[in-house]
Structures are given as structure tokens and as C-alpha cells.
Design a protein around this ligand. Structure first.
Ligand SMILES: NC(=O)c1ccc[n+]([C@@H]2O[C@H](COP(=O)([O-])OP(=O)(O)OC[C@H]3O[C@@H](n4cnc5c(N)ncnc54)[C@H](O)[C@@H]3O)[C@@H](O)[C@H]2O)c1
Length: 263
């Protein structure tokens, strides 16, 4: 059910982290994959290093012209576009009282407007393909547990991810008549190449205390959820956000709160 043979996928923010792991998982599942990322990310070399039918494209998701070019380039290279994973995102920290309007707009521009541009451009291509009889496509956005619960240093990020969850529902409803499914994955705290060294022991302990499974997530665990939603395995799922968070959102307090009293 998770076989992607014959399917063409675009993954944004794919030069590293969750996007990269998703590209690798999709290739294993038989898809042809376009990896998109910023100038300077080395995305072309990253795609070449993956082997298989992978192609790297430089694209800033905040630019509608570049996103339209990304879709065109995908169709030129692989003949169609069946799956869009709008994964590119940024999460800069700023204390709420110091958060500038410019910084707020920048985060929303990448995480929310960028997702919208990718979803809409892909959907136009998928609708055109559906009219020719090709099997309907699927779209997966990248939300976060911070769509539901927030860190005070990440107001813009949390607001943008809350928007991603609602954008997911809006696109799902609009595209359902074409058979196109739209869902999101909401990761908890995931170890990526980038943040692995930045995570202090204290931060790891804080994550563990807030996570029933007691550890950070791995990028392959997020990729697996994206694959479920993008493939036939998720054929009756649309408009949903699947939180892959080790139980974080189910937990009211922390895993250690009240222990002394209970013992
Ligand atoms: N890592 C986590 O703990 C975590 C948790 C929840 C949600 N997420 C979400 O998962 C997604 C991927 O995160 P990650 O941890 O792999 O991050 P990452 O920083 O390792 O990778 C993000 C990629 O997106 C690219 N990117 C940034 N701005 C872009 C733009 N304007 N256009 C195109 N590409 C752009 C970056 O160059 C980078 O390669 C993000 O949307 C993030 O918010 C991550």
C-alpha cells in the first residue's frame, strides 16, 4: 500500500533534515523525487548523492514564480507531479516582547505563505492531470506540535504552524472533488543533522520530560508518516494533521510531575 512506483514527488526543504529523510524514503518506495531547497543548500549535489531518479532544484518557496518554475521543471524532468510535500520551514527563536514585525512576517512568509504557494501550484498541475485520467495526487504539509501547544520563544512559528493546519483543511475540502487528498504531519521534537549538536543535555531532559515515549523523534519516523499519507495506505484520509510526537500532545503535565507524591 505504500508503494510509490510510477509516482512523481516534489519535496521542499529537502537538502537536509526531515525533507531529506522523506526523499530517501520515497525513493525506496519507488517514486521519482524532485528535491527543492534554497540557493547555497547544495540541493543538486544532495539529490545526485541519493542515487536513483532524484533531481535537485533551487527554489525559494516564498517566491511564487520560483514555485511555478519548480512545478514546470518537475513535469519537464519526470513527466508529471503526483505528490507535493510542503516541508520547508524555519523556526528562529525570539522572546515575545522583542519579536519584530519583520521577523514575524519572515517566519509566516516561509512556513505558511510558502506552503500555500507550493500546495496551490501543485494542485493546479494535479487537477490538469486528473482531467487526462491520471490517478489523483496527494499533498502533505509539515505542521508541528506547536500548532497546538506553544513555546513562548516561538510565537511566529506557532502561529504559522497553526495556519498550516487550517490551510490543510481548506485545501483538502477544495481539492476533494478531484480526488486529491491533503494532510499534514505534526512532528514533536525531532533530532536533525542540524540541531543534534545544539541540543544541550538540559534541553534533551526537558523534551524527555514532556514526551511519554521519553526520547526525541528520528527523521525516518517522520518520513514514514509522510509516506503513509502520500500513498494509497492513506486513501481515505484527508484534511487531517497526524501528530508524530511520542505522545507529547496527550500529556497534561510532565512525565515526572507528581512522582514524589505517588511514591
Ligand atoms: N526538527 C523538528 O524538531 C521539527 C519539529 C516540528 C516540525 N518541524 C518542521 O519540519 C520541517 C523540516 O524541519 P527540519 O527539522 O528538517 O529543519 P531543517 O532546518 O533541518 O531543514 C529545513 C530545510 O528547509 C530549507 N528552507 C528554509 N527556508 C526555505 C525556503 N524559503 N525555501 C526553500 N527551502 C527552505 C532549509 O534550507 C533546510 O534545508 C519544517 O517545516 C519544520 O518546521 C521540525
Amino acid at each position: 500500500m505504500t508503494d510509490l512506483s510510477g509516482r512523481v514527488a516534489v519535496i521542499t526543504g529537502a537538502a537536509r533534515g526531515i525533507g531529506h529523510a522523506t526523499a530517501a524514503r520515497f525513493l525506496e518506495a519507488g517514486a521519482s523525487v524532485v528535491l527543492a531547497d534554497l540557493p547555497g543548500s547544495g540541493v543538486e549535489q544532495v539529490a545526485a548523492a541519493l542515487g536513483g531518479p532524484a533531481h535537485g532544484v533551487v527554489c525559494n518557496v516564498t517566491d511564487a514564480v520560483q514555485v511555478a518554475d519548480l512545478v514546470r521543471e518537475t513535469v519537464r524532468v519526470f513527466g508529471a507531479l503526483d505528490i507535493m510535500v510542503a516541508n520547508a520551514g524555519i523556526a528562529p527563536a525570539a522572546p515575545f516582547l522583542n519579536l519584530t514585525p519583520e521577523e514575524f512576517r519572515r517566519v509566516v512568509d516561509v512556513n505558511l505563505t510558502g506552503s500555500f504557494l507550493c500546495v496551490q501550484a501543485a494542485a493546479k498541475q494535479m487537477v490538469a492531470q486528473a482531467c487526462t485520467g491520471r490517478a489523483p495526487g496527494a499533498i502533505v504539509l509539515m505542521a508541528s506540535v506547536q500548532a497546538q501547544s506553544v513555546a513562548e520563544t516561538h510565537a511566529a512559528y506557532a502561529a504559522s504552524k497553526g495556519g498550516v493546519v487550517q490551510l490543510t483543511k481548506a485545501a483538502a475540502v477544495a481539492l476533494a472533488p478531484y480526488g486529491i487528498r491533503v494532510n499534514a504531519v505534526g512532528p514533536g521534537s525531532v533530532t536533525t543533522d542540524l540541531n543534534d549538536e545544539a541540543l544541550t543535555p538540559a534541553l534533551r531532559r526537558a523534551v524527555a520530560a514532556r514526551t511519554p515515549l521519553g526520547r526525541m523523534g528520528r527523521v525516518d519516523e517522520i518520513a514514514q508518516a509522510v509516506l503513509f499519507l502520500a500513498s494509497e495506505a492513506g486513501s481515505y484520509v484527508t484534511g487531517q494533521t497526524l501528530y508524530v510526537d511520542g505522545g507529547r500532545l496527550a500529556l497534561a503535565l510532565t512525565m515526572t510531575d507528581g512522582k514524589d507524591e505517588a511514591e
